[in-house]
Design a protein around this ligand. Structure first.
Ligand code: IMP
Ligand code: MG
Length: 172
């Protein structure tokens, strides 16, 4: 099947925005150390670009959750595939996510992590689709607010494909 992809944000636009977000995080947590937690696999591309641009000491850890279903829609049931390697108690923690859609994934992870008593817990996401929200989630920062479109690239997949596109696109 021939697939046509149109560009929503170019690589330049994405990386300029990531630089701004990295600067804001370095400023906010200045004098401290920050643990970035990536949600596998979508956030990996954003997390690496973000962390490379930060000027404070950063550590990172990863969690993997999946919602049942593999297409453009998820069922809402979540499965914890891989937990963090290390405790987060007493630490400044920022969860890094590719996209906030219904909010189910991030609210599940926020509840899970809040019980572990981090010093602080915030969320940064590259994209935010507020029109699709079913569960309220409080963000520290988002890269871009977008309409209800299914996007791919920069870590975002359609049935596990297209994560490695260096820009953010929409399947026509
Ligand atoms: P939520 O739990 O509905 O907020 O969905 C979060 C997850 O759904 C993200 O981590 C993505 O993996 C996936 N997702 C939501 N919208 C899109 C999209 O437009 N493109 C690719 N994946 C998406
Ligand atoms: Mg995903």
């Amino acid at each position: 099947m021939e697939v046509k992809i149109s560009t929503l944000f170019t690589q330049d636009e994405v990386e300029k925005r990531i630089q701004e977000m990295a600067d804001a995080l370095s400023e906010k947590y200045k004098g401290g150390e920050l643990k970035l937690i990536g949600i596998l696999k979508g956030s990996v591309f954003f997390l690496t670009e973000l962390s490379k641009r930060m000027t404070i000491p950063v550590t990172m850890d990863f969690i993997s959750v999946s919602s049942y279903g593999n297409g453009t829609h998820s069922s809402g049931m979540l499965l914890l595939n891989k937990d963090l390697d290390d405790p987060i108690e007493g630490q400044d923690v920022v969860i890094v996510e590719d996209i906030l859609d219904t909010g189910r994934t991030l609210s599940y992870i926020m509840d899970l992590f809040a019980k572990r008593k981090p010093k602080s817990l915030e969320i940064v996401t590259l994209l935010d689709k507020p029109s699709r929200r079913l569960v309220e989630v409080k963000l520290l920062m988002s890269g871009f607010v977008i309409e209800d479109k299914f996007v791919i690239g920069y870590g975002l997949d359609y049935a596990q494909n297209y994560r490695n596109l260096p820009y953010i696109g929409v399947i026509e």
